[in-house]
Design a protein around this ligand. Structure first.
Ligand SMILES: Cc1ncc(COP(=O)(O)O)c(C=O)c1O
Length: 440
């Protein structure tokens, strides 16, 4: 098989690197000096790069594309949003309309404030929780990801962890994060309610918030057990800790009411972004009225020049209308399940041990028979094999993230015609990867 040509992307990289760190606008978009690709166009579930290579995309920009790229219904609404005029340091009537739509699908979203990104919505959630509880400390789950703020970029260091020597170290995920913030950060493994209760018993006087994704959208989509989620809710109520459910990846994707609907649980605060506008930049902090009313003069400050930009809010209005009134999410789920079934058959035919995690709309693919129950279990997967397979898949026109912790995202447009070509590509890429493994 001839390799894809990346001639134009490579040439552009050499130009871009002179002006942009790593030649890109997010560290995660840099794949190597000769591997980084630049997008020409995307439509439906397909991306074309500037060399003309086409890919069926399962990264979907890390989740926001829930209907498909350049969805004509949403893009038309965005065009109408342009006509409104942008931003004004004033509000529009559309904000109320979109807030109503969110509340109608998410019962805990009694009040809504818009932000521009998931990072900003999470920052605002933590601030409201601190103001409300009068406690600065907060708990996150190991393997969780909540954006690029200094408060959120903490995780366990699995690379250097030797289970024989005790607990993994908690480290910032970037240089430049003040070390002293660590005094406020606590991390616990998912699906261990006893650990959580021990921590709360000892430190509830310092801890005001628990920030969690019940499906770890940045760690193989590892899913919480129902009992664990029920305990989390009970413990937060018992110890008077604000429960923030980060639905930036799961919201308007795994169900109309997100992960809260799946588990039958109500957050105190919850955050949305990605799928709520099919890729237009908008996010929302939502929550119970008594907490959200902390946002006021003399209380919590929340704002931002670009919040509820008329293009993004119009796109959100249309996207939420589609999600709320059609079976788009059912289509996404069904395709995700069909994809799992097809991949399972191929992996079984080739005697490769595997398991899937999370929801079919954002599946984690794990190369071990036992699915992981927390981030530490990720080490049990044959992730070097995953990385090699992902590289081969690219050559066959299927784009999934090289980092095996990122799930396979599904959009409505996949259901049109992507299944057979994806399975054909997967079979071919798997066979080459296995052959290479045997030779090496
Ligand atoms: C669960 C979760 N929260 C927050 C964020 C941050 O969102 P953004 O990239 O829009 O800042 C992400 C991004 O992937 C996320 O997955």
């Amino acid at each position: 098989m001839t390799k894809r040509s990346l001639k134009k992307s490579n040439k552009h990289f050499q130009k871009a690197i002179q002006k942009l760190p790593l030649g890109v606008t997010s560290n995660f978009r840099y794949w190597g000096d000769e591997e980084t690709i630049y997008v020409d166009r995307a439509s439906g579930c397909r991306i074309r790069d500037i060399d003309g290579n086409e890919y069926i995309d399962y990264r979907l920009a890390y989740g926001p594309t829930i209907l498909g790229y350049a969805d004509p219904r949403v893009d038309q609404a965005a065009r109408e949003g342009i006509e409104i005029g942008g931003v004004f340091a004033l509000s529009t009537e559309l904000e109320y309309e979109v807030a109503q739509k969110i509340s109608s699908m998410v019962p805990s979203a009694e009040l809504v404030r818009f932000s521009n990104s998931g990072t900003e919505a999470v920052l605002a959630a933590l601030r409201v929780a601190r103001a409300y509880s009068n406690r600065d400390g907060y708990i996150m789950l190991e393997g969780g990801y909540h954006g690029v703020s200094d408060s959120a970029l903490w995780d366990i260091n699995l690379d250097d962890w030797d289970p024989a020597t005790g607990e993994p170290e908690i480290t910032p995920s970037s240089k430049g994060i003040p070390e002293r913030l660590s005094e406020m950060v606590h991390l616990v493994p998912m699906n261990d309610a006893n650990r959580l209760e021990d921590l709360l018993k000892k430190k509830h006087n310092e801890i005001g918030a628990l920030l969690i994704e019940p499906i770890l959208g940045n760690c193989c989509s590892i899913a919480a057990e129902q009992d664990y989620v029920d305990s989390v809710r009970e413990l937060c109520t018992k110890y008077d800790v604000v429960l923030i459910i980060d639905e930036v990846k799961t919201g308007f994707r795994v169900a109309k009411g997100g992960v809260q609907e799946l588990y039958g649980i109500d957050a105190d605060l919850c955050t949305y972004a990605k799928s709520m506008a099919n890729g237009y930049p908008i996010a929302a902090l939502c929550g119970k009225e008594d907490l959200m009313r902390s946002i006021k003069y003399g209380g919590v400050l929340h704002g931002g020049t670009f919040t509820a930009h008329s293009v993004a809010i119009s796109a959100a209005n249309k996207t939420l209308e589609i999600i709320g009134s059609t079976d788009a999410l059912e289509t996404v789920k069904r395709y995700g399940q069909d994809l799992r079934d097809g991949l399972s058959q191929i992996l079984t035919d080739h005697n490769v041990p595997y398991s899937f995690t999370g929801h079919p709309s954002m599946s984690g693919l794990f190369f071990a028979e036992e699915p992981p129950t927390n981030a530490r279990d990720f080490r049990n997967s044959n992730y070097p094999f995953y990385e090699k397979l992902a590289e081969e898949l690219l050559e066959f026109g299927v784009l999934c993230e090289f980092d095996p912790r990122e799930p396979w995202f599904i959009c409505e447009a996949h259901a049109k015609d992507a299944l057979e070509p994806t399975l054909d590509a997967f079979r071919a890429a798997l066979e080459i990867t296995l052959k290479r493994e045997n030779v090496e």
